[in-house]
Design a protein around this ligand. Sequence first.
Ligand code: 26V
Length: 800
Amino acid sequence: MELTKEQFIQDFEKTLTDKYAKPLIQAGQQEIFQSLADVVKSYYAPIWQEDLAYKDESQKKQAYYFSIEFLPGQMLKSNLLNLGIMDTVREALSDLNVSLDELAEVEPDMAIGNGGLGRLASCFMDSLASKGLPGNGNGIRYRYGLFKQKIIDGYQCELPDSWLDNGNPWEVRRPEQAVEVTFGGEVWLEDDGKGSLKPHYRDQERVLAVPYDNPMVGYENSTVNNMCLWRSEIPEDLDVRFQNLDYMNQTAQLSAELYPDDSNYDGRLLRLKQEYFFVSAGLQRILKHYKKHIKAPISQIHEYVAVHINDTHPALCVPEFMRLLIDDWGLAWEQAWEITVKVMSYTNHTILPEAMEKWPEDMVQNLLPRVYQIILEIDRRRTKDLLPKVGPTLVHSTRIVKDGQIHMAHLSIIGSHSTNGVAKLHSDLIKDVVLHDFYTIYPERFNNKTNGIAERRWLQISNEKLSSLIDETIGRAWRHDLNELVLLKNYKDNPDFLSQLQAVKKADKVRLAEVIKERNDIEVNTEAIFDVQVKRLHAYKRQLLNVLHIMKLYFDIKDDPSIDIYPRVFIFGSKAAPGYHYAKSIIKAINEIANLINNDTDVAGRLKIVFMENYNVSLAEYIIPAADVSEQISLASKEASGTSNMKLMLNGALTMATLDGANIEIKDAVGDENIFIFGLTKDEVYDYYARGDYNAHDIYKSNPVLNRILNAFRDGTIPNIANEGPEIFASLTTYNDEYFVLRDFDDYVRAQAEVEALYRDQTAWTKASLANIANAGRFSSDRTVQEYADDIWYIKANKA
Ligand code: 26V
């Protein structure tokens, strides 16, 4: 949009007066932020309104991304950037002696997601809008987002994330579009006199779902999509005096809290309620909209609507859509089923068995009696149809209802026309191993969509210095098409450019060093290698492998304090699920090792370990630009894709990687000479499984370096881990090291030595860094969502 500084200042000062009856000079940061947000809202609101009207009139097909998590982070700069008014507003504020950067920090992160899955959903929201694609979000407006992590005495403590205390300035509450979602009670079918059976209900619990619309502003275009988040409330006509307290609490609780665990399936009733709540509300809204705006019969809804099931959490979309089509719209089963399969599509984000959702049959039956009937009927009909075609073995292994449980991945695959994994390797594993029987039955449904990241947040906003350097070098076209970054390759032998690239990295490291000083009170050497591992804490991601390597370097120094070791700063950012005991022990161990090494005079500052508390999107925006090394060291086959690997690459870090997830595609993009690969391959891991002969204890016994390091966990060398140390020791030895940490250790050490050697040659390193940036184009989520649009959703860009 067009905006002059003068116009902005006028708008801003008027808003401040209207809102707070105060001049700028008397206003606090919070008041200034809220006023600025209101001004920005006044800029996008008309575009939003127009785009909504356009979508209704053009009758274009729209996609709805159903996700129980979104992780957008702060929205101020994103909105300014995408509206094309970042520079104007920054300068105007600066004329008023207000720093945009400081002001932006006032906004709490919108953290209604755990990690990779939620952040991917938000990158997709940004990309859909920026590509002008009509794609909307549907989720839950949790009152409390992902917990705030405090580190106290080295331990993770969890505090509530009360992000809505000052309101959410971007959202619009739409009570007039509230719908009801019902739970429990009894259901029975009666003939409606016209030959079909209609459900009748008794004693149901009613919950009001109120939508809050959040604008997803497209980058320098006129698209504003919608992310709808539902809040649970008590229906207005219920007389609260006659309701029991349990019900009142449960209802209010529904949208109260995000489940802070993305590592283990946990069959709690409230979680199932949340899943049904946003699924039912979202589908009801879509159908109401259809009735009102789309001039076509319901039997054609698949030509107007695509619903995406982001992991299995929204899998109830399948039976709920069936219910609405049959019970409310009067469709026959066969027709409803055909439409449902065409409308739905599903993404799998993990193949770890412990994360697979299976709900006990009786729980679903009690909570959602009608939906349960429909699930049984889907399963019954499919079994009957398929038996003669594929035989009992395949039918049984792919049943939705089995052993008293409802398999949500099975439901999602069977009830949709597309199932995709999130990186090539992961999609292959799904087809060849984990869901192989489904692939045999429905081969045409399976496909890959390699993840991507929104470069606007992960480069333009978080790394303005690098962005400016790129602009000066190759122009601004990359801001609309990340593939343009390949043009940077022309500068790989340009010493001027290389030294500017180094200067940018240095400046980003200095900026992070200041944050570290302020938050951790640790001084770090900005000449050192900044070695970064940022992601949720999980055994399969192997933060421990990183830790063992650090201990090795430490012992090298202890053995010979004059040893020539290149200085390194190891930076960790990671939350553990509150109930994941082992992950929390690893956090404690990292912090105690940090204390030990950071304060050892022999080390003399050559090694520094920094565990940054409360890793979240806004902290990532500081850490990632400053990274030299990106740690992507999961056991091959376990990390579906990873996305921090892409963010770090885009910011010029070199990847230390196993051949897992999207790391493989990063390697293919940058070439073997610009990445550090180590460790077992997926096939080697599977061979171990097949033979069953992995013996971690043997490695512990026979490898003296590892022997010494592991002993340090239980002999007091690492202080203050009397419980955690032996626990970690036992997991790696007695319990046979589930993720082959010891097996990959030597090769990891070898690859880390290569890192050090290359870093000593600053020119060679910088060239490799450049190769990473220049080849990051295909990891843009703009590419990813375009593939979803073309291959799965069949939606087309606005005004195209
Ligand atoms: C799983 C579970 C398990 C049941 C309990 C609650 C819960 C909540 C969230 C999840 C999601 C775990 C899956 C996940 O986040 N996968 C990550 O998805 C990223 C985006 O595709 C991908 O890059 C990561 O490799 C993958 O671990």
